[in-house]
Design a protein around this ligand. Structure first.
Ligand code: 5GP
Ligand code: MG
Ligand code: MG
Length: 196
C-alpha cells in the first residue's frame, strides 16, 4: 500500500494533534449554558476514523450516528447532488447537528446533507471536515442556523488517500494521509475515484 503513495501530507501525529484542536473548539462552542450537546453525524464510510478520534476528545455528552450519501452519474459528467442511501437513526429534530466529513470537495455532498438535516428539523447544522479542498468547489453551501464550519487542513488539488479516505475502497486503513500515485488510477474514471 505504501508503495502506491507519492507523498505523505499529514503524519498520524499531525492528524491527531489537529483533530484534538478541533475537538477542543467544538467542546468550547457547544458547552452549556449556551448550547445543548450536539448530535454527531458522520458521513460513511470516509469519516469513520476521523469521527472516532474526534468524539473521543470532545468533552460533552454527544450522541453519534452515521448517514450514507452516494454520488451518481457517469464518469464523463460532473456528479450532481448525491442521494442519501442510508438514513440517520437518531431523531435530530430540535437538535444541534455536527456533520462530520472526511473531505469537502465540490461541496455537493455536504450541501445535500444540510438540506436533508434541515428537512428533519435540526435546529442548526455545523460541518466539521478533516480536509477542505476549496480549489474544486462548485457548490457554495449555507450552514443551517448558527452552524459553524470547522476544517482540519486545507488540501491541495490532488487525490489523497488514507485515514478513512479510499480509492476503490482501498487505502482507508493507512494511518497517514498521502497523495496517491496517478498511475494507480489513470485507468479508472473520475466517478470511481470520488465515492464516499
Ligand atoms: P464532494 O465533491 O461532494 O464535496 O465530495 C464527495 C466525496 O468525494 C467526499 O466525501 C470524498 O469521500 C470523495 N473525495 C473527494 N476528494 C477526494 C480525495 O482527494 N480523495 C478521496 N479518497 N476521496 C475524495
Ligand atoms: Mg471514496
Ligand atoms: Mg466523504
Amino acid at each position: 500500500m505504501d508503495d502506491d503513495v507519492l507523498t505523505v501530507l499529514w503524519t498520524p501525529e499531525q492528524l491527531l494533534q489537529r483533530v484534538c484542536d478541533l475537538a477542543s473548539q467544538i467542546t468550547h462552542d457547544f458547552s452549556p449554558p449556551d448550547s445543548s450537546a450536539p448530535v454527531i453525524v458522520g458521513v460513511a464510510t470516509g469519516a469513520f476514523l476521523f469521527l472516532a478520534d474526534l468524539v473521543r476528545n470532545i468533552k460533552l455528552p454527544v450522541t453519534v450516528d452515521f448517514v450514507r450519501a452516494e454520488s451518481y452519474g457517469s464518469g464523463t459528467v460532473s456528479t450532481g447532488p448525491p442521494k442519501i442511501s442510508c438514513d440517520v437513526k437518531l431523531d435530530v429534530a430540535g437538535k444541534h447537528v455536527i456533520l462530520v466529513e472526511d473531505i469537502v470537495d465540490t461541496g455537493n455532498t455536504v450541501s445535500r446533507l444540510i438540506s436533508y438535516l434541515e428537512a428533519k428539523g435540526a435546529t442548526s447544522v455545523s460541518v466539521c471536515t478533516l480536509l477542505d479542498k476549496p480549489a474544486r468547489r462548485t457548490v457554495q453551501f449555507e450552514l443551517l442556523g448558527d452552524g459553524k464550519f470547522y476544517s482540519g487542513f486545507e488540501c491541495p488539488d490532488s487525490f489523497v488517500v488514507g485515514y478513512g479516505l479510499d480509492f476503490n475502497e482501498r487505502y482507508r486503513n493507512l494511518p497517514y494521509i498521502g497523495v496517491l500515485k496517478p498511475q494507480v488510477y489513470t485507468t479508472t474514471s473520475d466517478n470511481d475515484k470520488y465515492n464516499n
